[in-house]
Design a protein around this ligand. Structure first.
Ligand SMILES: *Cc1c(COP(=O)(O)O)cnc(C)c1O
Length: 396
């Protein structure tokens, strides 16, 4: 099997597993046990991991709150700001191509009296800075815009967004789950006040993530969402997941050491793949900005080919993802792609290919070949493709 769905989750790096193992066995202490060596040992490991993660994103370790993952971090950030800044206002700005872990939180807050503005993105998947600026009001308490998109890899202009938000005195939050560990991410430099990320998207374990909360210039606070015990500065109670945190820390160190080499290696795979596919297959589109894009992600649409069918044609050998969300029974086109102005049919004709640390160069040609074969075969069997090639106007 060739795994090319690294944006869904990454394999845990063996070095991460190795670092975690002792914390399941002889180093099992509770990091809050203040009165014996088992607790101290666990606490020390947590402190070290917190420092490793802080170094990756150039923040102070005290600005990191451990959570169960990016979904929880997004909940804590958005609900926590909504509750604590209620006196300033109830208006939140976000973007149509955000992850559901942001959009659904905003929807939930709407029921509690929040006013939510969901801004569009352009065909490239990018937000319009002027539009963000024009949408900020006196009662705006938060702008939430993701660093990089999970489906297209499109990278938003965080630095410019940071300037717009600080000019208007509004907090900026970013879901950076797909960016941290892959490209340089520096929330302080970019003027990002809150930032979510997750270990299992950067070769760490599942079930552990973090929220960065800026505590100096400005000192940002959120209302905690989980109470009991006062862990994590009272902002997220619950016994710390020590093995998970240790793995997260190790993953951060590995990312810091390998990021630039890895990014250019994976980018060369991506470039080769797109080159091969675009050369061999007609009517293929690359989705999203080709300039502002994560180096390892490729979202491709194949005219009049059902992405789901294409995926099935090689899913015994290759794991990728389609542009559709399998919600219960129906095939919903991706909200990210439709937000970029694609029709439902176009969105459903999409594959997302995301390379990762453990892919090899030879796999690229295999995948390009499988895509080419799959598309040719599906189109050969498709009356719609035949009509399209005959010049029949299918829009009527
Ligand atoms: C995966 C992902 C999430 C969810 O992260 P979990 O740690 O699985 O909760 C949130 N946002 C983005 C952009 C993601 O890619």
């Amino acid at each position: 099997m060739i795994y090319l769905d690294n944006n869904a989750t990454t394999p845990t790096d063996p070095k991460v597993v190795e670092a975690m193992l002792p914390y399941f066995s002889n180093k099992f202490g509770n990091a809050s046990s203040r009165h014996h060596a088992f607790g101290w040992e666990a606490e020390e490991a947590v402190d070290q991991a917190r420092t490793q993660i802080a170094e990756l994103i150039h923040v102070d370790p005290s600005e990191l709150i451990f959570t169960s993952g990016a979904t929880e971090s997004n909940n804590l950030a958005i609900k926590g700001v909504f509750e604590l800044y209620a006196r300033k206002g109830n208006h939140i700005i976000t973007v149509a191509s955000e992850h559901k872990a942001v959009l659904d939180v905003c929807d939930a807050l709407r029921l509690r009296g929040a006013e939510i503005t969901v801004l569009p993105v352009n065909r490239q998947g990018l937000v319009d800075l002027d539009q963000v600026a024009d949408t900020i009001r006196d009662d705006t308490i938060l702008v939430s815009i993701m660093w990089a998109n999970n489906e297209t890899g499109v990278i938003q202009p965080m630095e410019e967004l940071g300037l717009v938000c600080s000019e208007h005195g509004v907090l900026l939050m970013s879901d950076a789950t797909q960016a941290v560990g892959k490209i340089p991410v520096d929330p302080k430099k970019m003027g990002v006040h809150l930032m979510s990320f997750s270990a299992h998207k950067m070769y760490g374990p599942k079930g552990i993530g973090a929220l960065y909360i800026c505590n100096h210039k400005p000192r940002v606070k959120v209302r905690s969402q989980i109470h009991g015990g006062g862990h994590e500065q009272g902002m997220r109670s619950g016994t710390l997941n020590v093995p998970g945190i240790v793995g997260f820390g190790k993953a951060a160190t590995l990312a810091r050491e390998q990021m630039s080499e890895e990014a250019s290696r994976l980018q060369s795979y991506r470039t080769r793949l797109e080159h091969l596919v675009l050369n061999e297959v007609e009517e293929v589109l690359i989705n999203g900005s080709e300039i502002h894009r994560l180096p390892h992600v490729s979202s491709l649409s194949f005219k009049h080919v059902e992405g789901e069918h294409l995926m099935m044609s090689f899913n015994q050998e290759i794991a990728v993802s389609s542009g559709s969300a399998c919600t219960t029974a129906s095939l919903d086109p991706s909200h990210v792609l439709t937000a970029m102005g694609m029709t439902e049919t176009e969105a459903n004709s999409t594959l997302r290919i995301s390379f990762g640390r453990f892919n090899e160069r030879r796999e690229v040609d295999q995948v390009a070949n499988a895509i080419q074969q799959g598309v040719l075969q599906l189109r050969a069997e498709s009356p719609i493709w035949e009509m399209y090639k005959d010049g029949v106007d299918l829009s009527r």
